[in-house]
Design a binder for this molecule. Sequence first.
Ligand code: PLP
Length: 432
Amino acid sequence: MFTKEILCKQYEIKPEILTYVSDIEDNLKKNHFNKIDKVRQYNQFKVIKAMQDAKLNYTNFYWNTGYGYNDPGREKVEEIYSNIFNTEDALVRPIIASGTHALYLTLSALLKPGDEVMSITGRPYDTLLTVLGLENNEPSNLKEYGVSYKEIDLDSNGNINVDKINNEIGNNTKLLMIQRSTGYSFRPAITIEKIESAIKLIKSKYPNIIIMVDNCYGEFIEELEPTDVGADVCVGSLIKNPGGGIALTGGYIVGRSKYIKSISNRLTAPGIGKEVGLTFDSVRSTLQGLFFAPHVVSEALKGALLFGAVYKSLGFEITPDIKDKRSDIIQSIKFENKEYLIKFCEAIQSASPVDYYMKPEPWDMPGYTNEVIMAAGAFIQGSSIELSADAPIREPYIGYVQGGLFYDHAKLGLLISLENLTQFSQLGALLK
Ligand SMILES: *Cc1c(COP(=O)(O)O)cnc(C)c1O
């Protein structure tokens, strides 16, 4: 009763919207949420074990000065990440400013002039197009360093097209890039099972090729991570899933030690590598966030399902579908209408605990080609594990919604979005 009152009176949501959503929610609770809870629990235990195996202790939260030699907290963070991802080594640093930075760092360390990088999951995430030198011609892009690029689309079933890849790999092809998450495309994420089978088939023919996975938004969605199934390096951002909404900043790279060594030398200098670098008091928040992450990811996934199920029932095309196996936290909704998309993003913003009264507007974000609208009232700037919606402003006006440290927050965003959108008479009629 109290809930209904606050939603209807204080948020001014129509009672029929609540009823409409409740019916769909009941069905999700019965048929879908229990699977999410199982994965959550497994990953929670995995994270705790990783911290215990590293003998994490309270003095690891102090930090160092100057070069930062022998910083125990920094070393623990990296040990814990490599325990979780089942890898020989890890590089996890607050000075890695974003996911794009972590990916660029990795690519620029592992690729030399004359090498070819091949994206085997189609067009990569927008900012990587600039990094690769395919768009915007920014200085220091990989093309400028003599790295060439090839791209193989997914096949018509959304699978990695292994036959085509094996045919296209040439003498100079050094590294294959898999983007696990949707990014700004309209396809489901690539599941771990699909990643595993592609890696097996490719490695049986080309054992020395490096397979790098852009794991952004994928962490803790399934029991296994790409590095459990043969990926050589795996890269992500700490203001997405593994930061649990608590990490202030940072990126991670996990994988085989020879590659992490090379990437570390690129981060600092050859011969210095991982041995230096301050943590700026980030160790506790990085690890506490990691500790929260499996739970937070499960909340975000439940929220994504609710958004998907409700918008699907209103007749919008969604990806992934409710019955699809998920491998990232993103729910995309095809609005096919610029006004709907913008209203939707405004709703997500106005459900926020921070900056709720601001209106998001499309703008030319650095690194992106189209204008992008980003709605988030986050405690951590740009943190998309917190409830957020974003979209490049281009046809067919797909909105990407993700995050929600708590399911209740995602639900509130959804309710406000319906209230906003049903002001359009075509949509209002659908709820009756
Ligand atoms: C978020 C994301 C990135 C990197 O983005 P940053 O905003 O630079 O952290 C790269 N790839 C994918 C698939 C992403 O979702």
